[in-house]
Write a protein that binds this ligand. Structure first.
Ligand code: AR6
Length: 190
């Protein structure tokens, strides 16, 4: 597989949602929402958060400061600052993998996905890009995260009230290949 972009319309789901996998930097995605892999203090550190801070400017961190503490599994919303092709940043607080039992970590990771998708609908938006939340500094094993993230997206899409476009943006070719394979497996199972 050499492509760095894969898209599929789920024809047999209500409202025919689109799922896309992209290899690249999430701050280059032109969608309504970019999801940040955040921490509970909403301090924009390294990884995805660092890229958002660099390109989005200091306003995003200021807004995060005003919101303050956000529990693991939940999502805070800010503007997209200088990221002009994006309407909002959703700061989804993923679990630190080693702070929980594996099953608890799975549930919390899935919560970040479902809470982000709920918020997308609440705000009447229709496209969103997720990074592989928790798989960098927070240490979540990549394949296990891919299964949780993709299963939660597919579960949500079976009940989605409207057509939405969900992109998962991977930073490394190896991560992209794993997500691609997990997505193919889940689509066959469903
Ligand atoms: N675009 C897309 N994916 C990226 C990018 C990017 N620009 N940069 C890294 N990744 P991480 P976490 C991938 O560490 O594990 C921060 O300090 C990366 O390869 O960003 O949830 C926060 O402030 C990995 O697969 O998020 C928190 O304190 C995935 O994105 C903490 O890290 C997530 O890596 C959150 O840790």
């Amino acid at each position: 597989m050499n492509s760095n972009n894969y898209q599929i319309i789920l024809e047999n789901y209500p409202h025919k949602p689109k799922i896309e996998l992209v290899l690249g930097d999430i701050t280059n995605q032109k969608l309504d929402v970019i999801v940040n892999a955040a921490n509970e203090q909403l301090l924009l550190g390294a990884g995805v958060a660092g890229a958002i801070r660099r390109k989005g400017g200091s306003q995003i961190q200021e807004e995060c400061k005003n919101i303050g503490y956000t529990p693991v599994g939940e999502v805070a919303v800010t503007s997209a600052g200088e990221l002009k092709d994006v309407k909002y940043i959703f700061h989804a607080v993923g679990p630190k993998y080693h702070s929980y039992s594996p099953n608890e970590a799975d549930i919390l990771l899935r919560d970040t996905i479902s809470n982000s998708l709920k918020k997308l609908i609440e705000l009447n938006l229709s496209s969103i890009a997720f990074p592989a939340i928790s798989t960098g500094i927070f240490g979540f094993p990549l394949k296990r995260a891919a299964k949780n993230i993709i299963m939660e997206i597919l579960d949500y899409l079976t009940n989605s009230p409207k057509q939405i476009h969900v992109c998962i943006c991977l930073f490394k070719e190896e991560d992209y290949s794993i997500f691609y394979q997990v997505l193919q497996d889940k689509l066959v199972e469903n």
